[in-house]
Every structure is written in structure tokens, then in C-alpha cells.
Design a protein around this ligand. Structure first.
Ligand code: FE2
Length: 317
């Protein structure tokens, strides 16, 4: 069984127009299509129809996170593996979502709304946005932070160890590194299906009130671009939540902020790459765990471990 890569996230937002403007004009995403109360967006070098869906909703939160598998047979194998572990799932024949085909949807044991799909609609740019460069699915963005590509989705869960073992053993997502808190317990785990440092991560919910979206992340090419994004956001009336700073674990430079609906977003760059076929997860012990979170000492806000400040996960059919 094999998951190919992280695909997209669907965020629920209470003011659709405000969130669309924010992601389009400041983050620099492109709107691919609007269908009813859902707006589909992508970064300039995202190859598929969309990597972000913004859906109008009374409350903010995460509706689903999509992973692409290579074939339907991979989804069927994962279906057997999760069923064996008592996880219920639903096959969606003919997706309700434009841009990809049939899907398998389920809630992980930690309460995360996952979706697997295997057929995608590639992005076809309108003539005015088509690049003459074959490696560019659309022209380089001239909007806002002009992020290059969708990067990862991080969650907050009650039991990091149990959820990581489910993702690794049932879904086949490699465990890349983990971090201990001062109490010696597992505070975070980072995982990927390919050579990036992580496509998803799990951090411990200090308030133990269930699994929630922690943040979605888009990638830029340089630290300079992260710094420019920070200035751009502040000058347009928004606050930064954490950063710019550097994670010791991945070595990536980060910047966190909230979109108008309250969902957390990260812009980041760098990060280790993994090519080793027999990789063993790196253990960041409690003695150096603080360097893993914040190498330069930029204080981590309490909101990062406090799940009460995050929108709830909203599960719909
Ligand atoms: Fe989806």
C-alpha cells in the first residue's frame, strides 16, 4: 500500500469573501474555480486543480484533509488495514468535490477527517496565466507572498504516540522525527510519504479535548521571502502569531499567522530531505527538545499547545 503525497485541505471559514481575499491577495494563491459556497485555490507551482478549499460555514475549522494514493488498489489495502483496527470508513462514489475522483473517507482514531483519492484533475491555466516555461503549471505569482507550493498539514491530538503509530502502521506514512517535552512524554511527531521532512505532523493537545487542525503550510524559496511575508502581513493589518524563527528539527524557517476565519497558516522554507530507504525516526530528547521547536529561541506562544484556542474539527458527511 502506498500514499503518494499530501493533496489538499478543506477549511471552513465564516466569512468566505474575507478568507478568499486573504489567501489570494496576501498569501498569493490563485483561485481555480468557485462552485456554490466553495472556492478552490492553488499555489503557482501546485500541479493539481487545487490544494486548498475554502468553504462557507458558521464556524471555522477543518472539514477534510486529502491524501493522494497511487491506485484504487492502494486505497483498498488501506481500507482493509483501518477496518482491521476498528476504524469505520465511507467510499464516496463520484466525489462531491471538483478536482478529484472517488474517495475513501474516515476519521482517524485521533479524530482527524482524512480522505484518500487516486484520480486527479491537473491544473490547466487560462491563457492569461499560462507560463512559457514547461516546468511552471502557471506563471509565477505576483500577488502577496507568492508562495510556491502546498507543503504540509499539522494537527493537535490527545495521544501523539497512538496516532503516529496508526498513521505509520495502517496508512504507511513514515515516521521521520519526534520530540519530547520537559515531562519526557512525546509532544510531537513528524511524518511523510516521500523525501520531505514532513507532510503531516502531530503535536500534543495540552488540554486533551480532541484532534484539531493546528495549521496548514505553504512553501516559499528563501528566508528573505519569509521575512518579506512577515512585513507584508503586518503592513496590511494582520498580526503574526509566532516567528519568523527556525525549527531545529527540520531546520526550516517559519512564520505562523491566522487567516481571517481563525485557522492557522504557516509560510516556511528549507527543511531536511530524506533519501535513506531504512530511515529511523530521529529522537529529540527532552534535553534538546526546546531547540527542536525553536532553534533561535523565538518564544513559542502558549496557543501552540493549547487546543482551546483552535477551531474545532467539523465532521460532515
Ligand atoms: Fe478532497
Amino acid at each position: 500500500m502506498s500514499i503518494a503525497h499530501i493533496g489538499h485541505a478543506e477549511l471552513l471559514v465564516p466569512d468566505l469573501d474575507a478568507s478568499v481575499s486573504y489567501f489570494r491577495d496576501l498569501v498569493g494563491l490563485r483561485v481555480t474555480e468557485t462552485v456554490g459556497d466553495r472556492v478552490f485555490l492553488r499555489a503557482w507551482q501546485d500541479w493539481d486543480h487545487h490544494t486548498l478549499v475554502l468553504t462557507d460555514s458558521p464556524e471555522p475549522g477543518l472539514r477534510h484533509m486529502g491524501w493522494r494514493v497511487k491506485t484504487k488498489a492502494d486505497a483498498e489495502q488501506i481500507h482493509a488495514a483501518i477496518t482491521e483496527r476498528g476504524v469505520e470508513s465511507t467510499w464516496t462514489a463520484g466525489s462531491d468535490e471538483v478536482g478529484h475522483g472517488d474517495a475513501l473517507r474516515f476519521l482517524t482514531p485521533g479524530g482527524l477527517p482524512f480522505e484518500l483519492y487516486w484520480e486527479v484533475q491537473k491544473h490547466v491555466p487560462p491563457p492569461e496565466d499560462a507560463s512559457k516555461l514547461p516546468s511552471h503549471p502557471s506563471r509565477v505569482s505576483i500577488q502577496g507572498a507568492a508562495v510556491r507550493r502546498f507543503d504540509h498539514v499539522t494537527f493537535i491530538v490527545d495521544d501523539v504516540v497512538a496516532e503516529q503509530e496508526f498513521l505509520t502502521n495502517a496508512l504507511g506514512i513514515r515516521h521521520n522525527y519526534f520530540i519530547h517535552g520537559p515531562d519526557g512524554g512525546r509532544w510531537g511527531s513528524w511524518l511523510s510519504c516521500n523525501n520531505v521532512s514532513h507532510e503531516t505532523a502531530l503535536t500534543r493537545n495540552a488540554h486533551q479535548d480532541g484532534g484539531k487542525l493546528h495549521h496548514i503550510a505553504y512553501y516559499v524559496d528563501s528566508v528573505d521571502e519569509v521575512a518579506r511575508a512577515a512585513t507584508l502581513l503586518i503592513d496590511h493589518g494582520y498580526e503574526l502569531e509566532w516567528g519568523p524563527g527556525k525549527h531545529g528539527t527540520s531546520g526550516a524557517t517559519f512564520l505562523y499567522f491566522r487567516e481571517p476565519g481563525g485557522n492557522r497558516v504557516e509560510i516556511w522554507t528549507g527543511g531536511l530531505l530524506i533519501f535513506d530507504p531504512d530511515w529511523e525516526a530521529i529522537d529529540w530528547s527532552k534535553h534538546v527538545g526546546h531547540l527542536g521547536n525553536s532553534l533561535w529561541g523565538t518564544p513559542m506562544p502558549e496557543t501552540f499547545r493549547d487546543g482551546t484556542s483552535l477551531p474545532k474539527t467539523v465532521v460532515t458527511a
